[in-house]
Design a protein around this ligand. Structure first.
Ligand code: FES
Ligand SMILES: [Fe+2]
Length: 447
């Protein structure tokens, strides 16, 4: 399989090599502000990043602003339907041009000296322009677009470096899983809801990425949540985690390029995804209404497709597809990350289905995520405060020899609780950080 790393220069420069040893990574990778700044430049600066979903800018002249990999962006849709992404940074004196989170507009006026830009970022006017003389060229004052911009089935990705392979090649095996996530049920288009649930975590972004592929922690970290479900509703939702998850058909898989996949579907959807759900407000009323309208078989099929996807699809470094939701970790500092959960709905489904989806999506950020966040911050505190203890353990199932190629797709898989995810993405991290990156960016005038 060709991996993205094949496109990188040879490993001629390895300043971080001493921070890795088999099965362990050094705490400095999580706490060092210099390394964090290097990550923003070389890692976030040289790979595809998820920036938005097309449904967030559904209409002509819609825009959103968002920081991705530290860089403030404007992401917009032109009247013709074309999608654009450019740095939200005035070409004049560097001010943030648009200070609104979203809206619909024909253009942007910088608040400082009123340089004006249209929805695609072109500079359309500069007040008292004669003061710049005859050689001044409006086109050269346009907002700077990202180097590469591509969508995969509604997911918009950007790269700040033009030297990256196609998005499809970057996604590799993850693309097929995005397809599976989108094509559940009757394949109605997925809509990302405007407004989301952002919160600050006092932890490094990789602590959050670690957890996204950690199938070891749920029965312990989320014990209280699982107990509430089982005490009230019996054998529902994620209770399969209570058994020996290493014997479970659930698995962790290396998709290449730092992307990984945890598949809970063999348990979650084993009998009926819907029947496995715990009770929620309005559950019976909505179920009955659907049966009445569509008959039992079709209603059950719709309900099965409304439940959590049973997928944790981790697309390195900043797109986490979890259940029916999309999560974006945005690095703010070595010890600070903004984590945003985006709820999704489906276009053209009965309103009961979207109501059910929303009730389910309230579950985890509100209930389970507090467990995870407490762990993220506890890890950060422990790693940062004890120099005598340097190493972080990522050995689980490294030496048990239970991993195997999945005959269906020739991808490597290990039990659900493996640290395969971490070992996978750290390789990608090193490929991006340990290469001739410095030289490349100096040549590009960035560093
Ligand atoms: S900084 Fe934007 S117009 Fe001066
Ligand atoms: Fe968790």
């Amino acid at each position: 399989m060709t991996t993205y790393s094949d496109h990188l220069p040879s490993l001629d420069h390895q300043p971080y090599q001493h921070l890795f040893k088999p099965g362990f990574v050094h705490r400095r990778l999580y706490i060092d502000e210099d390394i964090f700044q290097q990550e923003l430049l070389y890692l976030y600066g040289r790979t595809w990043l998820y920036i938005a979903h097309e449904s967030e800018i559904a209409n002509p002249n819609d825009f959103i602003t968002r920081r991705v990999g530290g860089r403030p962006l404007i992401i917009s849709r032109h009247a013709t339907g074309s999608i654009h992404a450019f740095f939200n940074r005035c070409t004049h004196r560097g001010a943030i041009v648009c200070r609104e989170p979203r809206g619909n507009t024909k253009g942007f006026i910088c608040g400082y000296h009123a340089w004006t830009f249209n929805i695609t970022g072109e500079c359309t006017s500069v007040p008292r322009r004669q003061g710049y003389g005859k050689s001044f060229n409006l086109a050269q004052a346009s907002l700077q677009p990202v180097a590469r911009l591509e969508s995969y089935r509604g997911f918009i990705f950007a790269s700040y470096s033009k030297d990256v392979p196609s998005l499809t090649e970057h996604l590799g095996a993850a693309a097929r899983l995005i397809d599976q996530w989108l094509d559940r049920g009757e394949k109605e288009p997925v809509v990302v809801q405007n407004g989301a649930m952002p919160f600050l975590v006092n932890a490094n972004w990789k602590t959050i990425y670690d957890n996204a592929g950690d199938g070891y922690h749920p029965p312990f970290s989320h014990e209280s949540m699982l107990k509430v479900f089982s005490n009230r509703y019996g054998d529902v939702d994620m209770n399969y985690y209570g058994s020996d998850f290493d014997k479970s058909p659930m698995y962790s898989k290396n998709l290449g390029n730092g992307h990984t996949f945890l598949d809970q579907r063999p348990e979650m959807h084993k009998l009926s995804a819907w029947k496995r759900q715990h009770v929620m407000p309005g559950y019976e009323v909505m179920e009955n209404a659907l049966i009445e309208k569509y008959g039992e078989a079709r209603a059950l099929s719709m309900l099965n497709a409304s439940t959590g996807s049973g997928m944790n699809l981790n697309i390195f470094p900043n797109l986490l597809i979890i259940g029916n939701q999309i999560q974006m970790p945005e690095p703010l500092a070595a010890n600070k990350t903004q984590l945003t959960w985006f709820a999704t709905s489906r276009e053209g489904v009965p309103e009961e289905i979207n109501a059910i989806r929303m009730r389910m999506q309230e579950d985890f950020p509100s209930f389970g995520e507090v467990d995870d966040s407490a762990n993220f911050e506890a890890c950060q505190e422990g790693m940062a405060s004890i120099p005598e203890m340097a190493w972080i353990d990522i050995r689980r199932h490294q030496d048990t020899k239970v991993g195997a190629l999945d005959p269906a797709d020739q991808l490597w898989r290990e039990p659900m609780s493996s640290d395969l995810h971490m070992r996978t993405y750290w390789q990608r991290w090193q490929a991006l950080m340990n290469t001739g990156a410095t030289r490349t960016l100096v040549e590009a005038g960035v560093a």
